[in-house]
Write a protein that binds this ligand. Structure first.
Ligand code: RI2
Length: 320
């Protein structure tokens, strides 16, 4: 029995931690894929040994990015469907579950995109923050419906994921104006929607998304621009139904400032939160594959999907 996960799992975990692989939905797909590789290539001789390996792989992936709830939701989907009394049967169940998960992910994003596109009118301009494949799915579907859409794209410091958004929009033929984050308010009068994704959504409808989203939402509210959050149900954080809070990931200060520059400034502390929380009162609609919801009603969908709570199947039975 291995005491370390399969190298493919360690690679996937490192890529997620470094943000080589990023974006909540993409992280979830990578996690399911890594579990499938772990299962396919396992040399475990007993069903129990196989399960121990799989839980270790899931824990390794789980520890990478605390805020992106898509990750534990993906692990839960696969682990809850891992059944069988032989290693072969268990292996097959993981492969089937991981593949099914990926198919559902793609389908959910397409459906969500078509629903979100209904909010966009021909000639509309959207303002984006960071890079969200769920948000882009709405624009893509609107364009496919023949609507002409333009975009003001915030560059989104510190990692400039706005550049990824700009490129993806250009590939759809959408005219793009790239602006620095500080220019957002100036350009809000020129846009019809703020369109963002989410890394996690809490039971009260709070939206956890890339740092800067909450400030943008407050400004958009002040300017009367509707704020639309595209988030497939994978982003719903089930533990918030039972009072848990969502941990905000703090990342390396080197993403913000280099060593030499920092030394030159003098004795400062640097903080790099990856996400912030936008309260529900600043959000007009959360668009999911099950329809659009006012944020205060999202808990209804959470209850339907998760019941009253959830398990943590990556922990060893004695630790749960
Ligand atoms: P999709 C990203 O986080 C952004 O905050 C984006 O809005 C969110 O994930 C959702 O992305 P990060 O991984 O799942 O860049 O919609 O820290 O692609």
């Amino acid at each position: 029995m291995g005491t370390t996960p399969h190298p493919a799992v360690e690679r996937a975990a490192a890529d997620i931690a470094s943000m080589e692989v990023r974006g909540a939905a993409t992280i979830a797909a990578a996690a399911a894929d890594a579990l499938r590789t772990q299962a396919r290539e396992s040399t475990a001789e007993t069903p129990e040994a196989f399960r121990v390996e799989l839980r270790l792989a899931a824990r390794t992936l789980h520890e990478t990015r605390p805020t992106a709830v898509s990750l534990p939701n993906a692990l839960r989907y696969v682990l809850q469907r891992t059944t069988g009394t032989t290693v072969e049967a268990l292996r097959e169940s993981v492969v089937v579950a991981a593949t099914e998960f990926e198919t559902r992910l793609d389908r959910a994003q397409d459906t969500l995109g078509r629903i979100g596109a209904n909010r966009l009118q021909d000639g509309d301009t959207v303002m984006t923050h960071c890079h969200s494949t769920d948000a882009l799915a709405c624009v893509e579907a609107a364009v496919a419906q023949g609507k002409s859409i333009s975009a003001v794209v915030k560059e989104t410091r510190p990692r400039n994921q706005g550049h990824i958004t700009a490129k993806a929009l250009r590939e759809m033929g959408v005219p793009v104006t790239l602006v620095v984050d500080n220019a957002a308010r100036r350009y809000l009068d020129d846009v019809d929607h703020v369109l963002v994704g989410a890394d996690a959504i809490a039971a009260d409808g709070s939206v956890v998304n890339k740092i800067g989203t909450s400030g943008l939402a407050v400004m958009a509210r002040e300017r009367g621009v509707p704020i639309m959050v595209a988030a497939q149900s994978l982003k719903l954080h089930p533990a918030t139904m039972t009072g848990h809070t969502i941990e905000i990931e703090m990342r390396d200060e080197a993403e913000i400032i280099g060593e030499a520059e920092r030394r030159d400034i003098g004795d400062i502390s640097v903080e790099n939160p990856a996400f912030d929380v936008t309260p529900p009162r600043y959000v007009d609609a959360i668009v999911t594959e099950s329809g659009q919801f006012p944020p205060e009603s999202i808990v209804l969908l959470m209850r339907e999907l998760f019941g009253d709570g959830v398990d943590e199947p990556w922990l060893d039975p004695g630790d749960r």
